[in-house]
Write a protein that binds this ligand. Structure first.
Ligand SMILES: [Zn+2]
Length: 57
């Protein structure tokens, strides 16, 4: 097996795992947030946790 390819695959796997952890941490923060939304009638973002809401009318 190509050693460089194996190292790249390992790095991808590590990075994906890290990304999962970051998303879990962000979602936990957003679930616990007492949101303060700013924006307009189409798109709002919480100034505290960056949660975004896209509004469809
Ligand atoms: Zn929030």
């Amino acid at each position: 097996m190509n050693r460089a390819a194996a190292e790249i695959q390992e790095e991808i796997a590590r990075t994906k795992k890290h990304l999962d952890l970051l998303e879990v941490a962000l979602h936990r923060l957003q679930n616990e947030c007492n949101h303060t939304f700013e924006g307009n009638e189409y798109y709002q973002i919480c100034v505290k946790c960056r949660l975004t809401k896209v509004l469809y009318y």
